[in-house]
Design a protein around this ligand. Structure first.
Ligand code: DQA
Length: 143
């Protein structure tokens, strides 16, 4: 099975961006860890990041054809994007929402997620380990 791991805006700066909130690990480290765990679990990992809402929507459409599950950290689009929610609603497999930080401990505008209306589950506040936990869960669902 193939799993799309999608990352939204500013996550390309992971490691440099507000390290007190998001830690010092880079997105390349996250990708490497996801690929290593994917190999262990028998999952093919397609790992992407974009700062552009439309590009993320195009990747979700691509996943309709080529993936069995989606793990997504929509970053700030979590709180704003009906369009990403609508795109995820066209996807048949499980969707897991991941946030590195505990969004519920932060500003109130981060407490609402459009994507949560579609996600099977949400992992927040466990740092980059959240991605790996999401992959382990996905492996049980589609592996
Ligand atoms: C985030 C939380 C969002 O509120 C924020 O806009 C991000 C990252 C997280 O991983 O903790 O960019 O999704």
């Amino acid at each position: 099975p193939t799993v799309y791991v999608l990352n939204g805006p500013n996550l390309n700066l992971l490691g440099q961006r507000q390290p007190e909130i998001y830690g010092s690990t880079t997105l390349a480290d996250v990708e490497r860890d996801c690929r290593a765990l994917g190999a262990e679990l028998g999952l093919e990992i397609a790992f992407h990041q974009s700062n552009h809402e439309g590009a993320i929507i195009d990747l979700i459409h691509e996943a309709r054809r080529s993936a069995q599950a989606i793990v997504i950290n929509p970053a700030a689009f979590t709180h704003t994007s009906v369009a990403i929610l609508d795109a995820l609603n066209t996807f048949d497999g499980p969707v897991i929402e991941v946030h590195i930080s505990n969004v519920h401990k932060r500003e109130s505008f981060r407490h609402h997620s459009y994507v949560s209306l579609r996600a099977e589950g949400v992992i927040a506040g466990l740092g980059i380990h959240g991605y790996l936990l999401a992959l382990r869960h996905v492996a049980k669902l589609v592996g």
